[in-house]
Design a binder for this molecule. Structure first.
Ligand SMILES: [Zn+2]
Length: 296
């Protein structure tokens, strides 16, 4: 049983990036109404946010290229309107793999570091993942540094950059009237977050950014996480509290002069591993991210 769970976790961790080796033929796109004019599509990779209305369709992230036809079909079921905008929460391939395909129809918008990273060679050491420069058609056409608003389908849609968090180019997207926030990978709902130190991310930044989001977003907002089920502001708070608790423990261990191996051996308190350790990262991988973030 334990072996099966470990294997599952390992395969899940591979599936985030390894598009080439993955078979998408059995992936189904599931559509869920979130609130107001906002929907969520779930398939493989990062959750897709969708706004539909009289102005057409706007999507947030686009998973993997081989899923583009199925995503198209799911969008068509929601609206006969045209796809106008594609927002990228960050550069990772499980969120931008469909860019070239969808960029033929709509305008891709992202933080300037998303364009920089998509147009250059990238390495994510934790997963032995390499990403080569993307073709021009897959790159964001409009980039921004701090924030940007799109007035679409009867509401202001705010795209806000969060510095050195999950990567150095993440944005969250807040739908001001529908009262929905798409967190990108600043929220893995219910499990340890992957924080990409090789792409300019940091645990310290994620903690700070989540505090900013919590001070900004109304308590009754609906939350689309980068990965995991639709949630509430309490889910953002719970993730923040867990990360902060782990960070404090890590800082203590480092101050006591413990090595990464020693810290891994001691592990994390059971209430944390039981609740958060059943998803995408193993506790050892999460400890390694924490350690590297607080020593480098
Ligand atoms: Zn990511």
């Amino acid at each position: 049983m334990k072996k099966a769970i470990l294997l599952f976790a390992f395969m899940l961790s591979l599936s985030v990036f390894a598009q080439a080796e993955q078979d998408f033929s059995n992936v189904e796109i599931k559509t869920q109404a979130v609130a107001g004019s906002v929907y969520m599509l779930e398939g493989s990779g990062g959750n897709i946010g969708v706004s539909v209305g009289e102005d057409g369709i706007l999507i947030i992230d686009d998973q993997f290229a081989p899923l583009a036809d199925k995503i198209h079909a799911a969008l068509k079921d929601l609206s006969k309107g045209d796809l106008k905008f594609i927002l990228n929460t960050h550069w990772h391939g499980d969120h931008t793999g469909g860019n070239e395909e969808f960029g033929r129809e709509g305008v891709i918008i992202a933080h300037e570091n998303v364009r920089k990273r998509l147009s250059s060679h990238q390495e994510v050491k934790l997963f032995n993942m390499v990403s080569e420069p993307q073709p021009e058609g897959a790159l964001p056409v409009i980039t921004f540094d701090d924030d940007l608003s799109i007035h679409f389908n009867g509401e202001e849609i705010k795209m806000i950059h969060l510095p050195s968090g999950h990567t150095d180019g993440d944005s969250i997207i807040y739908f001001t009237k529908s009262n929905v926030v798409h967190m990108g990978d600043h929220l893995f709902n219910g499990f340890y977050p992957f924080i990409d130190l090789d792409s300019g991310g940091s645990v310290q930044g994620v903690i700070k950014n989540l505090e900013k989001v919590l001070s900004m977003v109304p308590d009754d907002a609906k939350v689309i996480p980068g990965h995991g089920p639709v949630g509430t502001v309490d889910d953002i708070r719970a993730s923040h509290d867990m990360i902060k608790k782990c960070a404090v423990l890590m800082q203590q261990a480092i101050d006591e002069g413990k090595s990464l191996e020693q810290i891994k051996k001691e592990g994390l308190p059971e209430d944390i591993t039981e609740k958060w350790g059943k998803g995408f990262l193993t506790t050892d991988q999460w400890i390694e991210i924490l350690y590297n973030s607080y020593t480098k």
